[in-house]
Design a protein around this ligand. Structure first.
Ligand SMILES: Nc1nc2c(ncn2[C@@H]2O[C@H](COP(=O)(O)OP(=O)(O)O)[C@@H](O)[C@H]2O)c(=O)[nH]1
Ligand SMILES: Nc1ncnc2c1ncn2[C@@H]1O[C@H](COP(=O)(O)OP(=O)(O)O)[C@@H](O)[C@H]1O
Length: 208
C-alpha cells in the first residue's frame, strides 16, 4: 500500500493523478460507494467538507464533516479558504482548499463528494478534474433509499428530491456516469476512473 504513495506508474499510466469529483442525487449511495472505494484503496484521499448542516446521529466532527456555524463558513469563503462552495437544501457546504492542493501536489489521487453546483465550480477552476455522476437504478429506488435511510424529516427529504431531479437532468455534463445497483461493483468502476485501473489496490484491501 505504501508503495502507491508516490503515484507509482503501472502500464504507462501517468504517475500524477487528477482530482475526481463524485456527484449524484442525495440518497443515490455516494457515501456508501466512496467508503467502499477507500476500503479498496485507502491511499485515495477523500476531502472532508465544511458544512453548516447539523450533525446526524453518528456523524463525527472532522471525520464526516467539519461542522461550522454560518459566520465561520462566511469567513472561510471571504478568506478564499474554500475551493468551491454551495447551498444545498437550506445548508451550506464547501471544500477546504489547502488539503486538496497538498495531496494533488504529492501526486496522490483525490476525491471530492459534492453536489452539482460545486462540481461545476471545480470544472471551471480545474478543467483537468474528472466529473463522475452516480445514478440510481430507478427513481423509485432513489426514493426508497433516501426515505429508508431515515436520517431526514419529511421536509428535508422533499427538498433533497427536488434537488435530485435537477441533478439527474445534468448527468450529460459529466465525464462518466455509474449506475449504483450494487455498492461494490460501483466502487470498482469508480476505482478504475480514479486511479486508471482496478487491480493494483486489490492486495491492499482493508476490512475497516
Ligand atoms: N458543493 C458541495 N457540496 C457538498 C460538499 N460536501 C457535501 N456536499 C453535498 O451536499 C449534499 C448534501 O449532503 P448531506 O447533507 O451530507 O446529505 P446526503 O447527501 O443526503 O447524505 C450532497 O449532495 C453532498 O455530496 C461540499 O464541500 N461542497
Ligand atoms: N447499491 C445500493 N443498494 C441498496 N442500497 C444502497 C445502495 N447504495 C446505498 N444504499 C443505501 O441507500 C441509502 C443512501 O445511501 P448514502 O450512501 O447515504 O447516499 P448519499 O451519500 O448519496 O446520500 C443508505 O441507507 C445506503 O445504505
Amino acid at each position: 500500500m505504501a508503495g502507491r504513495e508516490n503515484g507509482e506508474s503501472v502500464s504507462g499510466v501517468s504517475p500524477r493523478h487528477r482530482l475526481t469529483v463524485v456527484s449524484g442525487p442525495s440518497g443515490v449511495g455516494k457515501s456508501s460507494v466512496v467508503a467502499e472505494l477507500r476500503r479498496l484503496c485507502p491511499d485515495i484521499f477523500l476531502s472532508v467538507s465544511v458544512t453548516t448542516r447539523a450533525p446526524r446521529a453518528g456523524e463525527v466532527d472532522g471525520e464526516h464533516y467539519h461542522f461550522v456555524d454560518r459566520e465561520r463558513f462566511r469567513s472561510m469563503v471571504e478568506n478564499g479558504e474554500l475551493l468551491e462552495h454551495a447551498e444545498f437544501a437550506g445548508n451550506y457546504y464547501g471544500t477546504p482548499r489547502a488539503p486538496v492542493e497538498r495531496v494533488l501536489e504529492q501526486g496522490r489521487p483525490a476525491v471530492l463528494e459534492i453536489e452539482l453546483k460545486g462540481a461545476r465550480q471545480v470544472r471551471a477552476a480545474m478543467p483537468d478534474a474528472q466529473l463522475v455522476m452516480l445514478l440510481p437504478p430507478s427513481w423509485e429506488e432513489l426514493v426508497n433509499r433516501l426515505t429508508g435511510r431515515g436520517t431526514e424529516r419529511d421536509d428535508a427529504v422533499r427538498a433533497r428530491l427536488r434537488e435530485a431531479e435537477r441533478e439527474l437532468q445534468a448527468a450529460d455534463e459529466f465525464d462518466a456516469r455509474i449506475v449504483n445497483s450494487d455498492v461494490r461493483t460501483a466502487a470498482r468502476e469508480l476505482l478504475s476512473l480514479v486511479i486508471g485501473r482496478t487491480a493494483v489496490c486489490d492486495d491492499t484491501e482493508h476490512s475497516q
